[in-house]
Design a binder for this molecule. Structure first.
Ligand SMILES: Cc1ncc(C[n+]2csc(CCOP(=O)(O)OP(=O)(O)O)c2C)c(N)n1
Ligand code: SF4
Ligand SMILES: [Mg+2]
Length: 334
């Protein structure tokens, strides 16, 4: 009887691995000895990209440090859904900081460990885009500039989700949020505002900066492991779709993360000491419309008549990313 071939499409790619692969090729999550750092029972929405990203990132960090890891966590969805008092989903020493001072708290932990001579114990700081890029920005810049021995991870869902979807400096142009409503001919969040924290982190010339998405989870794991090989200030910016805030289907989280990368909207790269050292090339280039349409936060662009002017502007921004980071294979660039 002819046997059906099993397709190991995961092998050699950046998507999540499985237990059919050789043990050495398996992702951290595909290993029986994964630490389940963010374990089941938390209260994240179905399909929450932040929960997915945090689980993969911290399990990878736990593996890289042999389980000797402490986390400081800013206020935000990740903290709220994981620790409804008196319960906790965290299976590592974990501190809740204020909304705005997770980098400073992480620095303090690292300083205390240094005084105690415990260089074996490592520190992670983490928070959402609001906690990281807005209110915690000063503390984070200080942590970078002093080159404190902390890996800081930002889970970017592009708004203040925990408090009801208000805009942050990571909210992209034209997005509808609770306080960027497309009224009177406006198109939602303004173009030309906001910032790229990965580029700002690079300007501090810290040892390591990387971006990642929850569609390429092995890539995220690899970047966390790389960060843990280094000492000093390190920064990873993870793109994490939020079904509730984006008005997207829960089952589309990974697809939207992939489309953000494949359109050029979210460039995925690594930098060391301020220089880009690798980029994840686009495998199948798609127009931004494919990424925008499934999200109700962009629904006002697809009315009658559609806002083709705004969609073209978003496409131009994606194309600029593609040029700036060299996201296409060499033959496609020319
Ligand atoms: C000083 C201060 N201001 C405001 C708040 C209210 N607050 C808590 S979480 C949050 C938004 C969090 O947004 P983000 O960091 O992007 O995380 P997300 O919930 O989106 O994951 C706000 C405004 C607070 N806790 N402290
Ligand atoms: S609101 Fe968004 S970020 Fe918060 S738990 Fe729900 S899906 Fe996750
Ligand atoms: Mg957020």
């Amino acid at each position: 009887m002819p046997q059906q071939q099993i397709k190991f499409y995961q092998a050699g790619s950046f998507v999540v691995g499985n237990r059919l692969l050789d043990p050495e090729q398996r992702s951290v999550q595909a290993r029986m000895e994964r630490s389940n750092t963010l374990t089941s029972g938390h209260r994240a929405c179905q399909g929450c990209g932040e929960a997915l990203g945090a689980r993969y990132a911290l399990d990878a960090a736990m593996r890289a440090t042999g389980g000797r890891l402490i986390a400081a966590n800013a206020t935000g969805c990740l903290e709220v859904f994981s620790t409804p008092y008196p319960e906790s989903s965290w299976q590592l020493p974990w501190l809740h900081s204020l909304f705005g001072n997770a980098p400073a708290v992480a620095t303090g932990i690292a300083a205390a460990l240094k005084v105690k001579g415990r260089s074996d114990i490592r520190v992670v700081g983490q928070g959402g885009d609001g906690g990281t890029m807005d209110i915690g920005f000063g503390c984070l810049s200080g942590m970078f500039e002093r080159n404190d021995d902390v890996l800081y991870i930002c889970y970017d869902n592009e708004a203040y989700m925990n408090t009801g979807v208000q805009r942050s400096s990571a909210t992209p142009p034209a997005v509808r949020t609770a306080n960027t409503k497309p009224v009177g001919g406006t198109s939602g969040n303004e173009f030309g505002q906001g910032k790229s924290l990965p580029l700002i982190a690079m300007a501090h010339e810290i040892p390591y900066v990387a971006t990642a998405t929850v569609s390429e989870l092995r890539d995220l794991e690899a970047k966390v492991e790389r960060a843990m090989e280094l000492r000093g200030a390190r920064y990873i910016h993870v793109f994490v779709p939020c079904p509730l805030g984006w008005g997207a289907a829960s089952h589309d989280t990974v697809r939207l993360a992939r489309l953000a990368k494949e359109t050029g909207i979210f460039p995925v790269f690594e930098a060391e000491q301020g220089e880009v050292v690798s980029v994840s090339k686009i495998r199948r280039r798609v127009p931004v419309e494919e990424y925008l349409r499934p999200q109700r936060r962009y629904a006002h662009l697809f009315g009658d008549p559609p806002r083709t002017d705004v969609i073209e502007h978003i496409q131009a921004n994606a194309d600029r990313n593609i040029r700036r980071f060299g996201l296409l294979e060499d033959e496609e660039q020319s």
